[in-house]
Write a new protein. Structure first.
Length: 174
């Protein structure tokens, strides 16, 4: 009965008092348990239920089955790595916030991971851009919008320069 587990190198232990909550289980019941989820450590469970079809009025039918707790299994693989933006748009003022939404959408259509920081003072906004792991911040205010440009700041070197809004995606790819 356990030769297959042994052959596959699966560590197992016999639990003579293991009971599944369904009356139709017969002979063998099993659980795959982890210690990584606390008290709710069972992730897969099942067993033999040869008597199920008979109890429903059918012929004797040998059977085995199992169920998996998908949410529990998902908790064990951990969260996927968070994506970091290439650039964070920092709008200054209401008009810039409205325009920034279109700029973010346009950059995303160009395949550039873009986000927007629009809360807090300039220092906090740039801090959020840096904390997010972005390589660049694009600063846009009314003056920049009137000139059709933005300030492109390299968050690693601190270098900042004016870039035409029409050429922003190209400048970010370099």
């Amino acid at each position: 009965m356990t030769e297959g587990l042994n052959g596959a190198g699966v560590k197992w232990e016999r639990a003579p008092r293991l009971v599944r909550g369904l009356d139709y289980y017969r002979h063998t019941a099993f659980e795959f348990v982890t210690d990584r989820l606390g008290a709710q450590g069972t992730v897969i469970a099942g067993g033999r239920y040869d008597g199920l079809i008979e109890s429903l009025g059918g012929p004797y039918t040998p059977a085995v089955g199992w169920a998996a707790g998908i949410e529990r299994l998902a908790m064990m693989i951990g969260a996927p790595p968070t994506e970091k933006p290439d650039v964070v748009i920092v709008p200054i003022g209401e008009r810039a916030e409205r325009e920034a939404q279109g700029i973010v959408a346009g950059l995303r259509r160009e395949g550039i991971a873009a986000d927007m920081a629009y809360r807090g003072n300039m220092k906090k906004r740039l801090g959020r851009a840096n904390d997010a792991g972005a390589a660049y911040a694009v600063i846009i205010g009314d003056d920049e919008l009137d000139r059709g440009e933005a300030q492109l700041k390299n968050l690693e070197s601190g270098e900042q320069r004016a870039v035409s809004l029409d050429l922003l995606a190209e400048a970010l790819r370099r």
